[in-house]
Design a binder for this molecule. Sequence first.
Ligand SMILES: [Zn+2]
Length: 112
Amino acid sequence: MMGSPILTTASTILCPHGGRVVPTSPDGRALAMGQPTLAATGSFVVTGCPHAAPDGRPDPCATVHWVSSGSRVRAGGLPILTQISQGVATSARGTAAGTVMIAETQSRIAAE
Ligand SMILES: [Zn+2]
């Protein structure tokens, strides 16, 4: 099994509308290609989401929670995120927007 590339602070993660998913508490206890890996239990915010509700009011994605890390690998006891992890973006008003997209990550270090 090849495994799935590990996500780090240098990975590009987008909400379903193209906003940027930013880790606010990268763990830092484990590195991949010199960048901190991301724990599925960490905090994430979404910036720049253009989504508006059907009534026209802005309803941008605000946070992401990860429903599956997709890997059994842990760093510091926490499950780390990989390219097949599944995260759901939610707006400040509680609208579940859908699954985030992992647009880019390092490809050298993988986890099963
Ligand atoms: Zn969004």
